[in-house]
Ligand binder design. Structure first.
Ligand SMILES: [Zn+2]
Length: 265
């Protein structure tokens, strides 16, 4: 079963994890910039992080035959300090020409604050200026619906083409709004919180198999780098044909990623 991991934070993972996902059929992995588990003490910390994402991680993945791509931004959590975030935003353009950069992400909202929204809008302007797709993080729990609506309103005001934006961490109460407005929706599979394998497949059955992808996030928290392939097996257990499983875990993410200028078909 070949698959694409469209959202995995491999800086938080060991080389053994690369080996495991390669053995399970992972051909392509995309790593959005995110919060490192601590706030960086200077914008220069981001400079080194972008070097890691555009230079070191692609080499580590290539040892296992995995093509590594990345998305760049300052995450919403650290965007609360708008002055700091603007200094980081100045660094990003220098890295946008690196061969594995797909676009701007994962930007979005964490606590739905004014500062987060202002920095979100500045990232969207940067993506538009460079004609790049966008990957979006939506807030957790009770902030999710409100945050998703704020994000969609902001993108509409900026006249962003929704077919070049994926809104990730979608759940039952946000997925219809995301899809009805023409955006792509991502589902994040987690063993403990967020979306279980069975729940993700239920959502596919409720809202259809178009403009959706699944990812494992595989970050610092309890998460499973093999979640996508396990979800594929669960779909097979529910008697889905092989071609439907491949559409969800390979063809769909490939279709979206093909909108990124640096993505090699
Ligand atoms: Zn993430």
């Amino acid at each position: 079963m070949k698959y694409i991991e469209p959202h995995g934070h491999m800086v938080s993972r060991t080389t053994d994890d690369y080996q495991r996902i390669a053995m399970a059929g992972c051909e392509i992995l995309c790593e959005p910039a995110f919060w490192a588990g601590y706030d960086r003490s200077s914008p220069q910390g981001f400079y080194d992080y972008y070097r890691q994402l555009t230079d070191y991680e692609p080499k580590r993945a290539a040892k296992f035959g995995i093509k590594h791509y990345t998305w760049l931004c300052i995450n919403p959590k650290e965007s609360e300090d708008a002055g700091f975030a603007r200094e980081v935003l100045q660094i990003i353009p220098e890295f946008l020409d690196k061969p594995n950069v797909l676009g701007i992400g994962e930007i979005g909202l964490n606590k739905n604050t004014k500062n987060e929204l202002a920095i979100f809008e500045e990232h969207v302007a940067l993506a538009k200026e460079h004609d790049l797709p966008i990957l979006i993080h939506t807030p957790h729990l009770e902030d999710k619906l409100k945050g998703t609506r704020l994000i969609i309103d902001s993108l509409k005001n900026a006249n962003v083409d929704p077919s070049r934006v994926v809104i990730d961490h979608a759940e039952e109460h946000t997925m219809p709004t995301v899809l009805d407005n023409g955006f792509w929706a991502g589902m994040t599979l987690y063993p403990e919180s967020k979306c279980s394998l069975a729940r993700a497949i239920d959502m596919l059955e409720l809202y259809g198999m178009e403009q959706v992808w699944m990812n494992s996030a595989c970050d610092w928290g309890i998460s499973d780098p093999l979640a996508i392939v396990k979800c594929g097996l669960e779909m097979k257990r529910r008697m889905y044909d092989e071609d439907i499983v491949q559409k969800v875990i390979y063809d769909n993410p490939k279709k979206f990623l093909s909108k990124c200028p640096n993505f090699l078909q």
